[in-house]
Design a protein around this ligand. Structure first.
Ligand code: MG
Length: 259
């Protein structure tokens, strides 16, 4: 099993049913700035902002299309190299069992992803429309049905999972296509020493939800994990959390490292 499969196995293995009633935790470690616990139940939920109407954002000329109307099956594979269980049909990717990854790997990258949570909505909290977009298969932007669905702030839709809530909740209702537009700067290392953390800017349905915010470490459940040099580069990964969240129109633009 590759390292990212191993690293995420803990998150992926959590039974969805066990999380469905969870609205947060009061027994987790404090985050590094000492303000809130990881998944703190008391952390204020971000204000709700209704986004504009949904639209399909066609890829620009220099984009690498990972999921489109004519996507090659070879663009995707299971993160643990097992037989493919996800389905690609008519430009839509539907989950199977386990984490899926792009065949290509990236460092700094712009990412456009569209997703659709199930309708009618099923479950509640973390058990409702849960998936995730993992940059470098390490840093999760949470996918969740957060339309009239409360959960801990750092676990709702567009959260930097377990670290920062989005600035606002710009979720659309279940069944509508939603988008994340992400600018990701990979972490920098000098040998094994972290020189600069991963930094991310995210728009959810066209609304800014993270502005050049640094990750405290790789995504983890109930804790803050430590950076490792292997986090500097990796594929784009999508989470299977037991909910039938679908994806379409995924494209990336690898970014050159500034001189
Ligand atoms: Mg998730």
């Amino acid at each position: 099993m590759p390292w990212y499969g191993l690293a995420l196995a803990v998150v992926a293995a959590l039974p969805a049913a066990a999380q469905q009633s969870v609205v947060g935790y009061d027994d987790t470690p404090m985050q590094p700035d000492g303000k809130w616990r990881v998944h703190d139940s008391r952390r204020p939920r971000p204000p709700i902002v209704a986004p504009g109407p949904a639209s399909f954002l066609a890829p620009p000329a220099d984009a690498v299309v990972l999921l489109g109307p004519t996507t090659a099956a070879a663009n995707w594979r299971m993160a643990n190299d097992s037989a493919m269980t996800w389905n690609i049909a008519n430009g839509v990717l539907s989950p199977g069992r386990g984490l899926i990854r792009s065949s290509a790997e990236f460092g700094d990258v712009q990412v456009h992803v569209e997703f659709q949570t199930p309708t009618p909505a099923q479950g509640e909290g973390q058990g409702r429309g849960n998936s995730g977009v993992f940059l470098a298969c390490t840093f999760e932007i949470q996918v969740l049905d957060s339309y009239q669905n409360s959960t801990y702030a750092d676990g709702q839709a567009a959260a930097m999972y377990g670290q920062f809530p989005p600035l606002v909740n710009a979720s659309r209702p279940p069944g509508e296509w939603q988008s994340y537009d992400i600018a990701f700067t990979a972490p920098r290392f000098d040998g094994a020493r972290l020189v600069a953390p991963a930094v991310i800017t995210v728009h959810h349905n066209g609304v800014l939800v993270h502005h050049a915010r640094a990750f405290w470490g790789p995504t983890a459940h109930r804790r803050i994990a430590d950076y490792e040099p292997k986090n500097a580069r990796g594929p784009l990964c999508l989470q299977d959390h037991g909910n039938p969240v679908r994806f379409r129109n995924i494209w990336v633009r690898p970014l050159a490292t500034p001189p």
